[in-house]
Each structure stands twice: as C-alpha cells, then as structure tokens.
Design a protein. Structure first.
Length: 238
C-alpha cells in the first residue's frame, strides 16, 4: 500500500516521467516500489562509501559502526558454519541482505516514503537471489553429488523423498518472500488507515513503535534463514 503522498513520485511526475506504474518497461522500472528500492540501494552504497572513504587503524564514527556490524555478521555466520572459508564466501551477500532490507523496511516509517519490501516483487527478487545462491553453493561444494541432499537418509526411500524435498524447497521461496512482504504490507495498511481515520499525529504512534520492532525482526529472520539454507547446502549430506 502506498502512502497518500510519495515524494519521489511527485518529483518524477514533475519531470514528466511515469511514476505510478503502467504497461511500458519504463513505467514498470519507475513504479513506486522500484523508486524506493533504488533509493534504499543508493543509501546503502553511499553509507558504505562514506564509511570506507578514509579508513583509519583506530576506527571512529561511521567506519566504527560498519566494522561493528560486519564483525557481528561474520561472528554470527561463523557460529553456523564453524568454517572460516565458508563464512567468508557468504559473508558479503548476507551482510548486504540484512543492511538493504533494514533500510528498505524502515523507509515506510517516514512520511512521504514507502517500504519497497511491502511489494511482493521486491521480496521475491531478494528470495530468488537467496535461493539461487544456496543451490549454486551446493553444486560448488558437492558437484553432482549435491542431488543426494534431495534423496533423504535411506536409499530405498529416495523415490518418495525426492518430490517431497522439491516441494520443500519451493515452499522456502514462498516462506521467505511472503513472510517479509506480508508483515511489511500489513504495517503499511495499518499506518495508512490510522493516518486517514485518526489524523497524522498521536493515533499512528503505537503502530509506528510496533513497526520499528517488526522491521528489525523481519530483516533478521530473512537474514538468518538465508544463512541456514546456505550452510545446509554447503554441508555434507547425511
């Protein structure tokens, strides 16, 4: 759900560009959820550049915050892999997932902005990257033997386990994308209704406070599940 007033859409309207979606490729590329997804990417890249522009041996300011964040992500992944090599392989993607989704989620709490993750296309895009990553990791670490992960632990049950595992992996696509999308869009809907029915001041505050927690929690859940799937794909099948 879009806010009644979207600043980026107003700017694009003033420039004569399609800002509210449509049938053309340009209109779809400049739809509101895409506008704010681009903005989230720009914010992430800009903060990363600022944090690393003048690297110091004793970090301070933004560099210190980023180093704390990256160290936390690395330690968290290391606890799951128990293998520094595997940790370093997935660290860049997982750290980016968490950072981008956090920025995208919290955008919706700012008047005139929306959470791009409140659109199923954005969450499906993130999910597609996560799913493709862990299958590629499985193939990289096990080659053709990766198919054993879909066969189950008992050889004679493989014909029955294989379709079950396939449906299980399809379910992961729905689980990752719809969980994030559903929670973000419900927050957007509640905020929109409260703004319309009760005014823009005190009434929406409880939902906004709850939204702060939901935004953090959903980014963390996506981050954790992506790590679990990748670690599972890299591990030896039993």
């Amino acid at each position: 759900m879009e806010h009644p007033l979207l600043f980026l859409s107003l700017i694009l309207d003033a420039l004569g560009l399609p800002a509210h979606g449509g049938e053309t490729v340009l209109a779809q590329a400049l739809a509101p959820h895409m506008q704010y997804s681009y903005l989230a990417m720009i914010i992430c890249i800009a903060l990363a550049i600022l944090a690393t522009k003048r690297m110091e041996m004793i970090p301070k300011g933004l560099q210190n915050l980023f180093e704390l964040y990256v160290n936390w992500v690395e330690e968290f992944i290391d606890e799951q892999t128990h293998d520094k090599r595997k940790t370093l392989i997935i660290l860049p993607v997982m750290a980016t997932f968490m950072f981008y989704i956090l920025v995208a989620n919290y955008m919706g709490l700012i008047p005139g902005f929306m959470s791009p993750t409140a659109n199923i296309n954005i969450t499906l895009g993130c999910t597609a990257i996560s799913i493709a990553l862990y299958h590629l990791l499985g193939i990289r670490f096990h080659g053709i033997g990766y198919i054993k992960h879909f066969m189950g632990p008992i050889p004679w049950m493989a014909p029955m386990m294989f379709p079950i595992e396939i449906f299980s992996h399809i379910g992961r696509i729905l689980s990752l994308s719809i969980r994030l999308f559903g929670n973000m869009v419900s927050k957007e809907i509640l905020l929109g209704l409260l703004f319309m029915l009760a005014g823009p001041y005190l009434a929406p505050l409880p939902i906004m406070f709850l939204g702060v927690l939901v935004c953090l929690l959903q980014a963390f859940i996506f981050f954790v599940l992506s790590i679990v799937y990748s670690v599972e794909a890299m591990s030896e099948g039993h």
